[in-house]
Design a protein around this ligand. Sequence first.
Ligand code: UDP
Ligand code: MG
Length: 139
Amino acid sequence: MATNRTFTMLKPDAIENGHMGKIIDMIIGAGFGIKALKYTQLTEAQAKEFYAVHAERPFYGELVEYMTSGPIIAAILEKDNAVADFRALIGATNPAEAAEGTVRKLYAESIGRNAVHGSDSDENAEIEGNFHFTAGEII
Ligand code: UDP
Ligand code: MG
């Protein structure tokens, strides 16, 4: 299992609020290379499948609605220790609890509209990357 890749989405609030350039700058500045990147909008079926692990959680319906509400950027990123380092860069799920200087502290609106996704394991990074990109789209 590769330990040097992670998967991210810049979520609809980040795009809507004009933060996509600043967040991509932070990602590159933190030493991540871009292996694949696309500007797209999730269908309801895609959002439901991507977040299927949360299907029983009370926020699932709202999460699917929000994640399909506007365009996102999906990307596969590369760096040593990518999953953990990226989670550190983005900060806690709830921006109120996120460390100073993290993406979510700077740009998230709320625990739901929290600007960015980051995979939580090497296994999920691979699954999530493959969900959004075909082999030929990965540099
Ligand atoms: N989420 C939410 N309410 C919650 C917890 C999570 O709306 O109480 C949303 C939020 O957008 C979060 C996503 O569901 O990023 C996935 O939740 P997870 O616990 O996996 O957080 P993450 O891994 O994104 O930090
Ligand atoms: Mg998660």
